[in-house]
Write a protein that binds this ligand. Structure first.
Ligand SMILES: C[S@@+](CC[C@H](N)C(=O)[O-])C[C@H]1O[C@@H](n2cnc3c(N)ncnc32)[C@H](O)[C@@H]1O
Length: 214
């Protein structure tokens, strides 16, 4: 418990510095592209220090609700609300249990977040639940590689990586988790996480829509 709290604070303190090279090498542009279809009432899960706030489209968003379970991350997020194109409300919550009624949001955003929760399938179920019918889940996630050799390497290093990173799983088949949720995957493509360790390089980007039937 003490270790977890300490890691949470430590990660929050170094997060933006740790990401700077990746952001400059293209991650900020990838974020912008991934969020281009965000509109209306937006929920962001695991919003971290708020690096997405400057990447949202400048028009068409009425409100951003940013959830984050780590208070040290939220404190930094608070300092970036001015970067957003709409009012931001910060809510302390785990994405496995979102404190919102069914069918609340037009868009749900999750970037680099499904690698951490204990139950990512439960998170995507929650995403589907809080989306309005026709609403869109925009995702950007580092995932298990399609190349067997790299996937084996990810499996080998996963336990060590989880420990040193404070809870990140580098070998999750996240697209399969999203497909299993009942959301309709509208598009999905693979790219590379700029300036990252090889085991976190495969980067999935896409969108899934909530049909009327869910
Ligand atoms: C790698 S950071 C990504 C932060 C931000 N989304 C970004 O793109 O920079 C992962 C974030 O997920 C959060 N997180 C971990 N477990 C979570 C959970 N169960 N529900 C929601 N967020 C979670 C962490 O606190 C952290 O802020």
């Amino acid at each position: 418990m003490y270790y977890r709290r300490h890691m949470n604070r430590f990660t929050a303190r170094i997060y933006d510095r740790m990401f700077r090279k990746s952001e400059e090498a293209g991650l900020t542009a990838i974020r912008r592209d991934a969020l281009a279809d965000a509109r209306g009432e937006v929920l962001e899960i695991g919003a971290g220090t708020g690096l997405n706030l400057r990447a949202y489209p400048r028009q068409g968003i009425t409100r951003i609700v940013a959830t984050e379970p780590n208070p040290a991350m939220s404190r930094q997020l608070e300092q970036k609300v001015g970067d957003a194109p709409a009012p931001v409300e910060i809510v302390s919550a785990s994405a496995e249990r979102l404190p919102f009624p069914d069918a609340t949001f037009d868009t749900v955003v999750g970037t680099l977040v499904l690698c951490e929760p204990k139950d990512p399938a439960r998170v995507v179920e929650e995403v589907a639940r809080v989306l309005k019918p026709g609403g869109r889940y925009l995702f950007l996630e580092h995932v298990r590689s399609d190349e067997p050799k790299l996937a084996r390497r990810q499996d080998r290093y996963a336990p060590l990586w989880r420990t040193v990173s404070g809870g990140c799983n580098c070998n999750r088949s996240t697209l399969a988790t999203i497909e299993a949720s009942g959301l309709d995957v509208e598009r999905a493509s693979m790219g590379r996480f700029p300036k990252s360790p090889t085991i976190t390089r495969p980067l999935l980007r896409g969108a899934a829509v909530r049909g009327d039937y869910l």
